[in-house]
Design a protein around this ligand. Structure first.
Ligand code: G3H
Ligand code: 13P
Ligand code: ZN
Length: 315
């Protein structure tokens, strides 16, 4: 068994109307929790590494841990660079053995994004690695976001197909209402499903059939988990996330990859705070890290069932 790219995963996800979960990793317990959940649900999964995770753990440790998870679980796992800022980062991860990368040029203007993304895509493809890019900007959503504001930041359906054609990327992250972190909205969560449908329609018109779309910033920020953190000393106020049913609907459309990190951070924090508070005499890290690993596994299993619909995708 070896790492896989996302090509087959996304083909099956598109046809099966589900999405592959992409969860951020930083350490061994998180890798084990996610991949054990994937194995328990017989689901393919993506493990993704941000630049800060790369700095925290280093590419060799991360690759080594993920190789061990591939060996231990037997499920399809892609190791992915999350929000790669430049070609150097893309090259470092590809040369370290990652099977998938993201080049995030969403903060550049359209032409600059196309140019830099194509350069990264050409390098990735020359090494047999798949690449995700981003068009549009994810941002916190105000109470009453008006059409003009949405048009300014959300992905332009007319640009999406041109962007994919000119860059040759394998998947596209779009902005339709999700946002990163634990404080996503002031009002209610909204996803622009019409925009998602229009993007897919335009891609199809250009011959890009079944093209995989990616949603970032998809954590649910469960009240139950936030309350558990706060019960044991945290001060997390006003946090809000994406409802599972909305993401499930997006997954039944063209969304084949859904990114979640904040929910794992909150889960790990809640479990460790609880364990330390309930057993003040204990000081073996395997105790509280073990509790956190068990709790995270349950969270990821819940995501596979309620958000992604990817259980059984290894069949
Ligand atoms: O999209 C960003 C991820 O949540 C990673 O965050 O850079 O703090 O590791 P990080
Ligand atoms: P959340 O902050 O909603 O967990 O999103 C994570 C993400 O998009 C990583 O790329
Ligand atoms: Zn992201």
């Amino acid at each position: 068994m070896a790492l896989v790219t996302t090509t087959k995963m996304f083909e099956k996800a598109f046809d099966g109307k589900y999405a592959i979960g992409a969860f951020n990793i930083n350490n061994m317990e998180i890798v084990q929790a996610i991949t054990r959940a994937a194995a328990a649900k017989n689901s393919a999964v993506m493990l993704q590494v941000s630049m800060s995770a790369l700095k925290f753990a280093g590419p060799k440790y991360l690759k080594g841990m993920v190789d061990a998870a591939v060996y231990e679980t037997g499920v399809d796992i892609a190791l992915h660079l999350d929000h790669g800022p430049d070609l150097d980062a893309v090259k470092l991860c590809i040369d370290s053995g990652f099977s998938s990368v993201m080049f995030d040029g969403s903060h550049y203007d359209f032409e600059e994004n196309v140019k830099k993304t194509k350069e990264a895509a050409d390098y990735a493809h020359s090494k047999g690695v798949v690449i995700e890019a981003e068009l549009g900007r994810l941002a916190g959503i105000e109470d009453d976001v008006n059409v003009d504001a949405a048009n300014a930041t959300y992905t332009d359906p007319d640009q999406a197909a041109e962007f994919v054609q000119r860059t040759g990327v394998d998947s596209l992250a779009i902005a339709i209402g999700t946002s990163h972190g634990a404080y996503k909205f002031k009002g209610e969560a909204k996803l622009d499903f019409d925009r998602l449908a229009k993007i897919t329609e335009n891609l199809e018109k250009c011959g890009l059939k079944k093209f995989p779309i990616v949603l970032h910033g998809a954590s649910a920020v469960d009240t139950e988990v936030v309350d558990l953190c706060n019960k044991y000393g945290a001060q997390i106020k006003g946090a809000k996330g994406m409802p599972a049913q909305m993401l499930r609907k997006a997954a039944s459309m063209a969304v084949c990859k859904i990114n979640m990190d904040t929910d794992l951070r909150l889960g790990m924090t809640a479990a460790i705070r609880k364990a330390l508070a309930e057993k003040p005499e204990a000081f073996d890290p395997r105790g509280y890290l073990g509790d956190a690993r068990t709790y995270l596994q349950a969270i990821v299993e819940g995501k596979i069932d309620d958000v992604l619909g990817s259980a059984g995708s290894m069949k």
